[in-house]
Design a protein around this ligand. Sequence first.
Ligand code: PEP
Ligand code: MG
Length: 603
Amino acid sequence: MDATPAGVAEPRRTPDGECILEGKGVAPGIAIGPVFLYARGGMTVEHRRLDPDEVEREVERFERAVERAERDLEKIITVARERLGETSAQIFDAQRLMLRDDQVYQAVLHHIRHDRCNADYAVKTVMTQHRRRLEASDSEYLRERANDLLDVQERLIRHLRRGKLLSSIDAETIVVAQTLTAADIVLFSRRQILGCAMDYGGPTSHVSIIARALGVPAVVGLQRVTERVQSGDTMILDGFEGRVIIHPTEDRLAHYRMRQERYRRLLQEQKSLIPLPAETLDGHRVTLRANLELEEELDLIEAYGADGIGLFRTEIQYLFTRRITPQEDDLYHQYRRIVEHVAPAVTTFRLLDMGGDKMLPMSHREHNPFLGWRGLRILLDRPELLHAQLRAILRAGAHGPTRLLVPMVTTLPEWRRLREHLAEVQDRLRHEGLPFAEQMPLGVMIEVPAAALMAEHLAAEADFLSIGTNDLTQYTLAVDRGNDLVAGLFQELHPAVLALIQKTVEGARRHGIPVSVCGEMAGDPRATAVLVGLGVSELSAVPAALPGVKRVIRAMNLDEARTLATQALQEIDAEAVRGRVETWLKQHGCGLLHDLNASEPAS
Ligand code: PEP
Ligand code: MG
């Protein structure tokens, strides 16, 4: 048996001399162009024992370097704020704070003064220790923060040497690097880079989030791509499939140019649907809303014609600020800006969904985090966290239509406890005389099979239900949603998942409340007709996916969708459902994005 995990595959070489490497596509699009190999680090740092009379001069040298690094980062924060908005600027603010973090700053001073070692060496030693602790963490989030620390370390050492940071790269190139920081990519984006390929990184790393926000196609986790290219080599980067091709043949180039062109045309064609309603041929309306997690994505709502926000994930605000839990007022001001921007359409804030793959630093190690301390469970155990966020959302709700969504609800008693906390927070706000939304609709996320099976009871005590199909699929089929080894078994169209969606819709219908789907499935045009046919009234997805979904809605009748859904429920596996859906889509003239994957030249 071949037990090699997908992520560590060797590069594939074709007889024509191409080198093909597989990674993870984290920002969509295709880039074709010359490589710019970006080498960071490589600075050797020697240890030197200081003479006693040198010590204070060395301390001063370190302090000046910190000040210069702070000025650097302030510049980057300004550029990030202009180009990306407040939330992204906070990433660099967090880096700026690392410079003066006591665990780092005081430890470096201690090394210089007590061990009489040179500042460069002290910085490297302290930061490396700190970084190793982060890298050894079970939390993907903390491991990725180690990159931020490396960026801070290199910046400081360069300033200690009064060296220049490499921030200018050749324009219109594909940047290839072992790892890039979010600061790098913000600066590079001013040079109109075509794409980014990296040895390391994950889809939740800052650089991935920023690449998506800036629309730069990116592939990460490519193993040793940096050892296989030189600046100037021609490369194709496929941000859909997570692949790069070095030294492509003319045939391959022609194929990818065609895909690039098709993607451009598809985006163009879908644009023409943006102002049109999401309505079936027989006049049934479906609400299409946006899934967002960054304030700077707000303009995408209008750009893709979404009817407000169906899911605003709030974790990033907590992750970016690392150990410092955001204060109620900071959250309130951010939430209020969002609500005001989106009004008169609705904003749906989801309460903090920590745990699983989104770990807070305070989390302890768990063998099975997805079945552990997660979502609502954490909130109920940490009322201070829950109350601060509830207050911020309720107060923001005074400024425009707002809904509140609760993640990982499993049992009815949990849900009731959450409502008790809500009532307590409302009472206190009333008592304090602070304006807040008295009638904010309250929704249960249906992401656990138990909740789907009990949907009728939950619906009796809620204003809407929203199905998180990412988790619902994971928990129904016992497939870790983030594990490459079992990715093929993660099948949202499996009849068992569809049956739980149907059960949820029935429960909601009995109490006359709406049901939405807000997992990735809502943005997959292959699932659209089945979901609408099952009775889902709202789909919430990443904004760029909405025109593709709308295209399917506008090509069908509601009755046809109902028939398709009934047939899908009777199938015995996901393959059969997919086959049926694909035939159905072809019959309805809906050529989909997967056309872009039309057969590649033989390799
Ligand atoms: C889901 O589980 O489908 C969902 C929308 O939540 P998340 O992906 O944030 O867990
Ligand atoms: Mg979820």
